[in-house]
Each structure stands twice: as structure tokens, then as C-alpha cells.
Ligand binder design. Sequence first.
Ligand SMILES: *Cc1c(COP(=O)(O)O)cnc(C)c1O
Length: 401
Amino acid sequence: MPDETKRSPSDRIPYSCQTIDDSDIAAVTKCLTSPFLTQGPETAQFEQEFAQWVGAKRAVAVSNGTAALHLTCLALGLDNDGLVWTSPISFTASANAARYAGARVDFVDVDVNTGAIDPAQLEQKLANASSANALPNILIAVHLAGHSFEFNKVAQLCADYGVKLIEDAAHALGAVYEDDASLKIGAHPLSAAATFSFHPLKSITTGEGGMVTTHSEELANKLALLRSHGITKNPDVMRNKHPNDGDWYYEQHDLGFNYRMCDIQAALGRSQLARLNSFMNARRMHANRYNALLADLPLILPAKTDASSWHLYAVRMDPTQSNLTRKALFDHLRALNIEAHVHYIPIHTQPYYRELGFNPGDFPVSQEYYETCLSLPIYPNLTKVDQDFVIDSIKDAFPNA
Ligand SMILES: *Cc1c(COP(=O)(O)O)cnc(C)c1O
């Protein structure tokens, strides 16, 4: 039986959880008593430190990860004649961003082992689309769970067919490319940009927040313009400024948004970024422990890797080895206050996307991945006692293992 001596049975164990300490509280408090709550020095500092941490030339902070995707699509020229591809196993924002721009969306099926975009299926779909003169403008590829997708293959295919590549790196802050471990995700010169989220369950948090990294100065400047109404105060680019116009003068050059990050959020982000390495070490340690201690169970475990940021620890059921259903395991854990989760319901099966013409059977590998996956609790402050309780509880669910 699980050892419950050091924990109360009512203690809930979420699948993920933010890590806030006194230094975060001090950073936010300091900002609150400063002259600027937004558009002050903290956001620019956070951008600089983030770009440096990742190894990208520029980082542009925005209000959330969805806004990061939306603005990057717009800054790359997407409009209502456009077409964006992504894969069904992601949060719906990966597809919604294209719909905000009025573009059409289609999907590329995934690799059942990882849930990430399958380069072989991408290659086939690109070849077909090329013959039909229906290539997408943009591919949004997702680093699912914090594991790098097969970047070199995907980026090469995008280059061959003239498709712009956006990395949805919402899960992957702190990870490196599987194909090139010397590069942190967000720093690759072969994608147009990478987008991040600072929702509390991601690698670091600002409450709500997001970031775009890119090596393109032009793209970064466009993003900075669009996140603040399309308004500029840069004297070098003014179109109609008159000698009698003073320092109040500004011009709106595009239809932008208020997608800014405020300085209170950025102050928290800077404080969190300073501890990102320790968060990553803790997540890797938890993942390695799961991999070792669940190895004898009839479950398919994620590949052991230190390249991942381990945003999720996702196992898959193996129907050839056990009759226990995913639902039964999920319910068993929920009854013990262990909040396992499922990532993700395939986007194309959502009622909104079905109304656009997609059918549940359109992407069968995504469906198979979805029906078998289960995310176990992983977050920096997961205690050994709680992790052991999760492991023992899973073992209890497999009576014959
Ligand atoms: C969290 C997430 C987003 C959206 O980020 P928000 O900050 O919540 O808007 C986009 N894509 C993926 C894969 C995510 O997990």
C-alpha cells in the first residue's frame, strides 16, 4: 500500500504547479512601489535577459502565449487568404492564432510515440499540397511536453517548400534541440520565431504572459509595433511629422493590439528566470525517477532525455499488455487526489473545428495518441513523498503487475 504516513490523504497533487518564493514576492512588491507599473524599465530588461538566456538576438514580451502566436502570424504577413498548418495534439491556441488572422487551418498528423508532428507525414502532405498549388504560408510546430520535435527534418522540409516555420515553444523553455544540444529551444536560426507562454503551469510564470524570440530585427520590430496598437514614437520612421509637432507626437502605422506585458509581470518574470536552471534540474530529476520506478509496469514511458524541459511527464497505456483503461487509471488517481491529466483532445475534433469541416477520423494517429496518453504530476516542488505516493498508487491500479 502507498505510504501515507508523511502526507494527508486530502493533500492534492496537481499535474503541474508554479514555484513562487520570497524573491518573487520582493521583485513584484518593488515594482508596485516604483513609478512604472507598465511600459517602464522591467519589460525591456526582461526581454534582454530572456533573449540572452535563450541565445536569440531579440525577445519581444507580450500579454500571453496565444498573443505571441497571433502576432507572429500577423508579423509574418498572414491574412485572410492565408493557410496555416499545425498538428492536432496541442492546446487549441496553436490553431486559433491562425483563425484570428482570418486564415484557414489544416493539420499534420503526429508520431504516436511522441505526439509531435511526424516529418514523414509532413513530407507527404507538402508534396501533395505542392502539386495542388495549395501550400501553407506557415507551419506552427509544437515542442510537445518540452521535447524537441524533429527540428532538422521539419525545418528542412519547410525551407524546401518555402513555408515559414513558427515553433510553439510554450512547453519548451529550458529545453535544447534534440538534433543540436548546444542550442536552447528558441535560438535556432532556421525558424522564423519561437513563442513562449508564462502561464503558471509553464516553465516560469508571470501570471499571464508570453514572449517571442527571433534572430530577425525586422520581425522583432514589427512584433513590438503590433503589440502596442501599431503605434510608433520612433522619430526615424515618422511619415507626417511637422516641425511644429512636439514630443507628444506619435503615429499609428498599422492596426495593432494592446498585447503588452506590464512591468509587474516582467518583474516576476525576471525573478523567475533567475531560477529557471534550478527548476529544470528538479523537473529532470523527477522525470528520471518516474522512468526508473515505473519501468516494470505495462505502460509506455517517455524516452529518457535531459534535452527536454519536462513540462509534462506523459505516459501511454499499452493495450497489448494490460486491460486497464486510461479512464480507470485516471479515476483511480483522482479518487486519491492525484490530478493526472490528458494532453490533448485533438484540436480538429473540437466542435468549433468540426463546424469548419474536420472529422474525428481525419488524423488517426493523433486520435490513437489521445486515447492512450496520461500526464502524471511533475513540477519543481513535487516532493519525494508525493512522487512515491503517485508511483505506488499507479502500481496499485495494475493488480497483476
Ligand atoms: C499554454 C500554451 C499556449 C498558450 O499560452 P497562453 O499563455 O496560455 O496563452 C499555446 N500553445 C501551447 C502548446 C500551450 O501549452
